[in-house]
Ligand binder design. Sequence first.
Ligand code: OOG
Ligand code: MG
Length: 263
Amino acid sequence: MTENPLQVAAQILDAALLESREVKRITETQPDLTLVDAYRIQDAGMNLRYARGEKRIGLKMGLTSRAKREQMNLDLPIYGVLTDRMQIRDGETFPLHGSIHPKIEPEIAFITGRELRGKITPDEAWAACTGVCAAMEILDSRYVGFKYFSLPDVVADNCSSFQFVLAAKMRDPREFALADLARLSMEMEVDGKTVQSALSEEISGNPVQSLVQLCELMSERGLAIPAGSIVLAGAATQAVPLAPGMRVELRVEKLGSVRLGVA
Ligand code: OOG
Ligand code: MG
C-alpha cells in the first residue's frame, strides 16, 4: 500500500503543532510540491484539527503587504484558516509555552455578513461587512528557524497561523467610506515603545482589497467565504518576535486599540 504523500505531510505538520517542535520543510522531501497540492495539505491538516473538535471561524490572508513579502522573501498573497481555539481575547495573556518561535504582527479584521463567492468588487466586499476592527496575529511556523522560502511550504503549514486577537470594540463599517480604510495610521507598541508603524494602505492598497483577493483565491478552488467569517487582511508591517513579559498594543486610527500580554 502506498501512503498519500499529501496526507503524510499534513500529519507531520500536525504532530509538530501538537508537540511544539520544528520540522523540516515539506519541499525537502517533496521538491515538486505545487501550490494546488499545498492547499490540499492545508485542508488535510485542518481536517485533523476539526476531528479534535476545533471549529472554523474565519480565514486569514497573508503576504498582502510589501513589508511582509520582503520579510519572508515571497511574492504572492496566500490564505489560511482560523479556528475557535486560535482566538485570544483582547487584553489576555499569551502563554508562550506551547509555541515554537512566535511572532506578532499588526492587522485589520473584518466580519462578513453574508456569503461571498467569485469575483467581487471592493464596494461589494465592503458592503458585505458587518464589523471592522484592529487585530493582531501571532504567527508560529512549524518549520526549522521559521524559514521556508517557498510558497507551497508556508501554505501547507496553514500560512504559519497560530493565534489571533481582535479588538473588543468592533466598529460599524457604515461609519467609514471604503477609501477611509486605506488611510488609517497603525502603530504597534511593545512596552510603550513603537516597534512598527504603517498606514493601512500598506495592506493590499486597501485592506478591503484583501477580502476581494481572498474571495478570488477561494473561488479558484470552488470555495466561498461563509457568512459570519472573521477575515484577517494580512499584516501591514513585518512581524516582531514575542518574548516573555512583553506587553503589546496595536493602535489603529479611528478603529481603536487591541492589547496582549506575554506570560
Ligand atoms: C506567512 C503568513 C503571513 C501575513 O499577515 O502576511 C501573514 C508568514 O509570515 O509566515 O500572516
Ligand atoms: Mg498575518
